[in-house]
Design a protein around this ligand. Sequence first.
Ligand code: ZN
Length: 110
Amino acid sequence: MLKTTLNLSRRLKMADKQLSDLVLQRKECAKCGAIWINGKHMFSGTAASYDRSELDLAGLVCNKLGDERCINPRKGQDGGQTWEYRAGFIDGATKAKRDALDDLNNIVNP
Ligand SMILES: [Zn+2]
């Protein structure tokens, strides 16, 4: 029992040591609620993060809805995704699926 307790406290000390270098910095945009963890933007909800996500965030949210409180460094820049682009993407994907179904239908019912 005593030995187990000692082992446990030693392990906790080691865990303390391993965690001591970890710095978690979190910034949240007061306007659009976007979150940056250690300087990296993450979409809230999905936590998606990728190289162009700040630019996409600007196109989807900040350029239209942001104001002077917005902390997105890419705010005001063009080239990211927009809702118009996403709608077009979905239209295109829907058409591709419909075309595939038509092809299948033509094979089954020539
Ligand atoms: Zn913002």
